[in-house]
Design a protein around this ligand. Structure first.
Ligand code: SF4
Length: 247
């Protein structure tokens, strides 16, 4: 498998399984290029990525059996697959199935939505929409958002539980673009939840970190279109106990 890192959140009984794949996007604000450990392990995450040099990619990976072995003895109610892009790991569907069988847990896939995988054992999909204006999306990721938007609609039509997220980057992907994202989602279903992530500034990039106030204003615009909007920024306090590294 492409699994290189696993953490466990004891407060929530969730395991986060990180894959490292050749991502099909090249986002300017890709945190994985600066820190490959889960942010739940790091107290000063925002400061870390603001000052870090680009990180080396992981060089140790687990087989599916080894992943399941590492999870032995844990009380797991949910699993989150996160990346670089987890859908590009061909063994992800088998891992999701193995987790369902062993733990009957709630499986959540976080994806950029460019390429869909077998979702039979995925209970919920969180799509990172990034931007709706194709020029902004192309500039930020290096390709068109046509496929992602088409796949977002397809997953919704399939009846799978669905959420969306987007990133507010002051001076780049701003509140007006977040409102465009909300408008697009509302055109599919206004009850799909949207989470707005505030950008953490990255070493060598010109954009400042988004503050709670920045993200709150963007959320107000998004709420004009959607029934469920929440947000996350680097200056918000952690909820629950610190994550534990399993691998
Ligand atoms: S989709 Fe995610 S993993 Fe891929 S480049 Fe963008 S931020 Fe990085």
């Amino acid at each position: 498998m492409k699994v290189y890192h696993i953490v466990y959140e004891p407060t929530f009984k969730y395991v986060t399984i990180h894959t490292w794949t050749d991502c099909n996007l090249s986002c300017h604000g890709c945190y994985c290029q600066y820190e490959i450990l889960d942010f739940g392990l790091i107290d000063d995450w925002a400061a870390r990525v603001a000052n870090a040099a680009p990180a080396s990619p992981p060089n140790r990976f687990l087989t599916l059996d080894a992943v399941m072995g590492r999870l032995d003895g844990l009380d797991i109610e949910g699993a989150v697959f996160i990346g670089t892009e987890p859908s590009l790991d061909p063994e992800l569907p088998a891992l999701a199935e193995a987790l369902h069988r062993r733990f009957a847990c709630y499986n959540i896939l976080m994806t950029n939505g460019v390429k869909l995988t077998d979702m039979k054992h995925i209970d919920e999909v969180i799509f990172s929409l990034k931007a709706i204006s194709d020029d902004i999306y192309r500039d930020y990721t290096g390709r068109s958002n046509n496929k992602t938007l088409e796949n977002f609609r397809a997953v919704h039509s399939s009846g799978k539980k669905l959420q969306a997220e987007c990133l507010l980057i002051p001076g780049y992907i701003d509140a007006a673009e977040v409102e465009n994202v909300a408008r697009f989602i509302a055109g599919v279903d206004r009850d799909i939840p949207l989470r707005i992530d505030g950008y953490f500034s990255l070493n060598g990039h010109p954009w400042p970190a988004a503050t709670i106030s920045d993200v709150g204003k963007a959320a107000q615009l998004a709420k004009k279109h959607l029934s469920k909007v929440n947000y996350l920024t680097g200056d918000m306090k952690r909820i629950g106990d610190k994550a534990v590294k399993i691998f």
